[in-house]
Design a protein around this ligand. Structure first.
Ligand SMILES: NC(=O)c1ccc[n+]([C@@H]2O[C@H](COP(=O)([O-])OP(=O)(O)OC[C@H]3O[C@@H](n4cnc5c(N)ncnc54)[C@H](OP(=O)(O)O)[C@@H]3O)[C@@H](O)[C@H]2O)c1
Length: 323
């Protein structure tokens, strides 16, 4: 009862998922985690790497990525060559193209991509012509698209285990106004609040997974989206309380007592990235809430027409901005 209530407001439903015990050996597999230097992305990198996976940390800050790698290497010395910094900025299309090229040149397989990086509640700003929070989606579309041949090739050779693409959304997708992905102007339009724009980007994370899974329906590739929880990470210490020093202090002091830990917050995406249960239960194109539980999205999250419109628009914007 309490679990169901907690789950309704975005917290963990208390389902037990023991990452160490329930993940299989991942030796020989290759993963990419965007935003792997901090928060739940960092915990996801750590979980996959500890199981033997080679993990690329796709990050915009080389310094932060190298610090994250050094931290992990200190925890478990001897296999830091299995952690690789991959330059990637969600808001810079050339960096997505370059990251995909690097992966194709350096690897013969790619088993897992966790589209995790993101910002929240940012003031209105156009970055490279696109509303800054919408890059939470568009940067991931730009990264995944050129990687599809490598992902499909891996899926053909990976036996019964599927290739996984994980799209980190949020319960905040419910804050999105009625989706309008008819044009870049529609995406960039002024909305009621920064939360509506964050909601639009997180709805796009879900619809991207729906449209992508549709395109990969005949492949051994599983694409799922999730809300990770309401978690004590840097995301919560950003612009939410910026300019309000007292609010910032109170938030910092109290957050750790009532928000989920990054370890618990990362569990749902770790589960979708590597748990055998995802294959056993045939999970594809679904949305999950913490911890590792399938759930319903808002009605907009199930709108296949909106998903298609988003796919076409994203392709067009990427093409237009790349020329
Ligand atoms: N925390 C929550 O309660 C919560 C709830 C629902 C959904 N989520 C989602 O969970 C995901 C991870 O969030 P988190 O809580 O772990 O936040 P976090 O600790 O702030 O981590 C976010 C990561 O994204 C990276 N990032 C941001 N903008 C980027 C860009 N333009 N290019 C490349 N990387 C960029 C950050 O890099 P820098 O370190 O360089 O900034 C950082 O590595 C996000 O997609 C978020 O929307 C979080």
């Amino acid at each position: 009862m309490l679990g169901a209530l907690a789950s309704k407001v975005g917290f963990s439903n208390g389902r037990a998922f023991d990452v160490d015990k329930e993940l299989p050996d991942l030796t020989g597999k290759v993963a990419v985690v965007t935003g792997g230097n901090d928060g739940i992305g960092f915990i996801t990198v750590r979980a996959l790497w500890r199981k033997g996976c080679k993990v690329y940390l796709a990050c915009r800050s080389e310094e932060k990525a190298r610090n994250a790698i050094a931290r992990l290497a200190k925890e478990e010395p001897g296999k830091e060559d299995q952690l690789v910094f991959l330059p990637f900025d969600l808001t810079e299309l050339p960096s997505a193209k370059k990251a995909a090229e690097t992966l194709q040149q350096q690897e013969t397989r790619l088993d897992i991509v966790v589209c995790n990086a993101g910002i929240m509640a940012w003031p209105y700003e156009l970055k490279n012509g696109v509303e800054v929070q919408f890059w939470n989606h568009l940067g991931h579309h730009a990264l995944i698209q050129p990687l599809l041949p490598l992902l499909k090739k891996t899926a053909k050779a990976s036996g019964p285990t599927s290739v996984r693409i994980v799209s980190v959304s949020s319960t905040a997708h419910t804050f999105s106004p009625k989706p309008d992905f008819s044009s870049l102007e529609a995406v960039n339009r002024k909305m009621a609040s920064t939360w509506a724009r964050y909601g639009q980007s997180k709805l796009a994370n879900i619809l991207f997974a729906v449209a992508l899974q549709d395109r990969l329906k005949d492949e051994n590739i599983r694409v799922n989206a999730l809300h990770p929880g309401v978690i004590n990470t840097s995301l919560m210490r950003g612009p939410l309380t910026a300019g309000l020093p007292l609010a910032q202090k109170i938030a910092n002091a109290t957050q750790r007592y009532f928000l989920m830990s990054p370890e618990d917050g990362a569990k749902t995406q770790i589960y979708l990235a590597a748990s055998p249960e995802v294959d056993e239960k045939d999970y594809r194109g679904l949305y999950f809430v913490p911890i590792a539980t399938p759930a319903k999205t808002s009605a907009y999250g199930q709108d296949k027409e909106a998903a298609e419109q988003l796919w076409q628009l994203s392709e067009n914007i990427i093409k237009q901005l790349s020329t």
